[in-house]
Write a protein that binds this ligand. Structure first.
Ligand code: IMP
Ligand code: MG
Length: 320
């Protein structure tokens, strides 16, 4: 059995999609949980991929793709991704108990967009309906257009592991957005830790070999009233610090708002590392420390000397 979980260590947008795509060739199956409020982006062979439902490991044509029982589906978004990437029923398996967003849910989240910077995709309402057990929740098994994709994701993962092959769980959002461990109410509608991702996918925690915690040199939060961000700076600061000749500025994949940016919060990352049982850290956006790093296109092992140039916040870690 070898399961790897990719989790975000900050407030999302750490580059989990990039890391999933980078590691894709090592996995026979990849399971996505969470919902379309998370956009995962990477560039492969010159093409830009932006995925909100399918796992980024789809670039490995031999990788079985899945959406777990704890996943949340926007039918239009999923069907578009299926069509664009030509994904047939054999290639993609959706757990019958994954949630499906009703279009009314999106209207019900309009106030949340302003109050907590929600992406307003209806994910939270879909989760709430499922939890309420009122009989109103829509599950994947209720949607005729999904019938040919339904299957037992947990059993499939188990069988793949029993054959000695590897399974990748692609987590969504980040540790700081966790419903339980983030700064409530500025959080998403699920717990984003590795253990919860296993639960959503149907994987036993003892089957996990690696947890890759993806962290950025400068954490971001989406634009708007999206909650606390320690030592918040702006994109001019990042541009100057990196020595980049062209301005650095980021927009959120899903909402297209200018992102907020802060200094590296070591306290948050250390806490994320132990609550997620991280075995590896993938550091992304190294070019924001020094724009000459943009020439690095492969994995390098960080040494203490590299870390000394991290833009660490003055706040000292309280978790060791
Ligand atoms: P919601 O999950 O869309 O309701 O958003 C709740 C909070 O989590 C808001 O601050 C969102 O901006 C943030 N959030 C949700 N998903 C993502 C993501 O994938 N990346 C970054 N922020 C996210
Ligand atoms: Mg994202």
């Amino acid at each position: 059995m070898s399961v790897t979980v990719i989790v975000g260590g900050q407030y999302g947008s750490e580059g989990k999609g990039k890391i999933a795509a980078y590691l894709a060739s090592q996995f026979a199956m990849s399971i996505r949980t969470g919902g379309p409020n998370a956009g995962h982006k990477f560039i492969h062979a010159g093409a830009v991929y932006q995925l909100q439902t399918l796992p980024c490991a789809l670039i490995n044509p031999y990788c079985q793709l899945a959406v777990g029982a704890g996943g949340v589906i926007d039918l239009d978004i999923l069907l578009r991704e299926i069509e664009v990437f030509g994904i047939g029923p054999g290639r993609l398996v959706i757990d019958p108990q994954a949630s499906v967003i009703h279009t009314d849910y999106i209207a019900q989240e309009v106030a949340l967009v302003r109050s907590i910077g929600s992406t307003g995709k209806g994910v939270g309402i879909a989760v709430a309906e499922k939890i309420s057990r009122s009989g109103k929740a829509i599950l994947a098994r209720d949607v005729p257009k999904l019938s040919s994709y339904l299957g037992d994701v947990a059993l499939l993962a188990r069988n793949i592991c029993k054959q000695g092959k590897n399974v990748l769980l692609e987590g969504a959002q980040g540790f700081g957005l966790s419903l339980h461990h983030g700064q409530y109410p500025y959080v998403t509608s699920r717990d984003t830790t590795a253990a919860s991702i296993c639960g959503e996918a149907g994987i036993g925690v003892r089957d996990v070999e690696d947890v890759v915690l993806v962290v950025r040199t400068y954490p971001i939060r989406v634009g708007g009233n999206s909650g606390p961000l320690l030592d918040e700076i702006d994109w001019d600061f990042v541009t100057r610090a990196s020595g980049s000749a062209t301005p650095i500025i980021e927009y959120t994949t899903v909402t297209k708002r200018v992102r907020r940016v802060g200094r590296f919060d070591l306290n948050q990352v250390v806490r994320a590392a132990f609550i997620n049982s991280a075995t590896q850290i993938a550091l992304t956006f190294a070019d924001y420390i020094d724009c000459s790093n943009s020439r690095i296109t492969r994995r390098i092992t960080l040494r203490p000397a590299h870390l000394s140039s991290l833009p660490i916040s003055k706040h000292r870690p309280t978790f060791q």
